[in-house]
Design a protein around this ligand. Structure first.
Ligand SMILES: *Cc1c(COP(=O)(O)O)cnc(C)c1O
Length: 467
């Protein structure tokens, strides 16, 4: 125990020091594939090693080989913010290491989870009938939602009879939807051929409701069974957002299940002035939002809201004898609401985060990020050689460099992203918009300042001029 104390304190202090100096590290490390593995012993030790050596190797080999997601100039993908209070909570959770599958195996974790989902529900302005739980990732929450969609459409016979001989199911989403939706469709047995893409229109690149109605009618006429719709609020590529109210109306008219993927942008809904972007959300059957992205709650914190939890438990709950809690059949057992049986205690980091900052400070952060993203977008728009491809959605826009080089625009922009990331001062990623490469820029890092965002302008223009 004395060793545990010593090293636990060392680890905690290392974490604080790391956060203090992360700003001065390259965002992406300058390493080649295989370089780190070559420095790690190929076989496990037969005898104990001094922990001093183990820790020293962590500092020497592992830490410098990591991409620094908590770096204030991380503008790639989406943020994975782990604000200090959530890190402290996670340390306590790891120390207790409880398995939170049943109420009985984790009473306080279960009851705090119920409360935290309701705090988030209020923070996002969702109506009271939404219940939910905290899943590990949006991917498994969406898989659970698609399984519910399937079972609901099959009259809850899919789990027993399988899909053999069943009517062919159809699910609808826009081409902007995240790859987790494709995978949920594969794993559910519905099959990628039955994931129908809704044409998109308008500056938000949202699904066209009239086109969706036609697709559904045509499928019904062809003898197929529409099961559900998946809507986007801030899709990953460029932040595409569907008209959720119109999708909800269609779901009602055709008795379909509506799942909304707001994994990243849902966090922005703590700001009431942004809620027009998901107007009609109260008509959704389920919603997924990742507080582990923009909000600051450390990875594996996905809020999965459902209007009717019984559809979820009817689809997912297995109740073998060894999981029964004698005399306690009324309690909530959250493992029945998701795919894995074992679950970590995920609510504590939210409780610490929300109490340590309060919603007003978190709203101020979101508003700053959106304003700074717009300011950078305007500066690039006014710079010769650059064009804005998609306008800022929330805090995400995309741009393209035209340059003087004779390289194809796609090659030139991929080369620019790689050169920027190898430089290490900032970190960006690319996407495709209507088939052509565009560079994404999102502002969302917890410690990011306006000066960090504006310094990205200097890095981008300086490196582009060298290409
Ligand atoms: C990040 C993201 C996901 C996947 O989230 P995980 O929690 O990593 O599974 C899904 N949808 C959207 C829109 C996302 O931004």
């Amino acid at each position: 125990m004395e060793d545990f104390r010593k090293w636990a304190v060392r680890a905690a202090e290392w974490g604080v020091d790391y956060r203090e100096r992360v700003r001065d590290l390259p965002v992406r490390p300058d390493v080649q594939p295989g370089e780190i593995a070559a420095r790690i012993a190929a076989a496990p030790p037969e005898q104990a090693e001094a922990f001093e050596d183990v820790f020293a190797d962590f500092e020497r080999i592992i830490a410098p080989g990591m991409t620094n997601w908590q770096h204030p100039r991380f503008f790639a993908y989406f943020p994975a913010n782990a604000a200090p209070p959530s890190v402290v909570a996670e340390y306590l959770v790891k120390a207790m290491a409880a398995v939170c599958m049943l109420w009985q195996t984790s009473p306080a974790a279960t009851e705090l989870e119920t409360r935290m989902i309701d705090w988030l529900r209020q923070a996002f302005g969702l109506p009271e009938e939404f219940k939910g739980c905290i899943q590990d990732t949006a991917s498994t929450a969406t898989l659970a939602a698609v399984l519910v969609m399937r079972e609901r459409a099959l009259g809850f016979t899919g789990n027993t009879a399988g899909l053999f001989g069943a009517q062919r199911l159809r699910v609808y989403c826009s081409p902007e939807a995240h790859s987790s939706i494709d995978r949920a469709i594969w794993f559910s047995g519905i099959g990628a051929d039955n994931l129908v893409r809704i044409p998109i229109k308008g500056p938000l690149r949202g699904a066209d409701p009239d086109a969706l109605r036609e697709l559904i009618r045509a499928d019904i006429a062809a003898g197929m069974k529409p099961a559900g719709i998946i809507g986007n609020v801030g899709a990953t590529g460029v932040g595409a957002t569907d008209p959720i109210g119109a999708l909800a109306a269609i779901a009602r008219d055709f008795n379909l299940y509506l799942h909304v993927d707001a994994a990243w942008a849902g966090t922005a809904m703590i700001c009431p002035e942004l809620r027009h972007l998901w107007a009609g959300i109260e008509g959704a059957d389920s919603i997924v939002i990742n507080p582990h992205k923009w909000l600051g709650a450390q990875q594996h914190c996905t809020a999965h809201f459902v209007r009717d939890p019984s559809t979820l438990t009817r689809t997912l709950a297995a109740r073998p004898d060894y999981l029964h809690t004698l005399g306690q059949d009324e309690v909530v057992n959250y493992s029945e609401w998701g795919i894995p049986l074992g679950r970590q205690f995920r609510a504590l980091k939210l409780w610490f985060l929300l109490r340590a900052y309060g919603l007003e400070a978190l709203r101020a952060m979101i508003r700053n990020h959106i304003a700074w993203s717009r300011a950078l977008c305007e500066k690039l728009r006014a710079t010769p050689g650059f064009e804005i491809v998609t306008e800022p959605n929330y805090s995400l826009f995309s741009f393209r460099y035209r340059g003087k080089s004779s390289a194809s625009p796609d090659d030139l922009n991929l080369a620019l992203v790689e050169a920027i990331n190898a430089d290490g001062r900032i970190y960006l990623t690319q996407t495709r918009v209507d088939g052509a490469v565009a560079i994404r820029f999102q502002v969302g890092q917890f410690e990011c300042t306006e000066a960090d965002v504006m310094s990205a302008y200097d890095v981008i223009t300086e490196i582009a001029a060298r290409l």
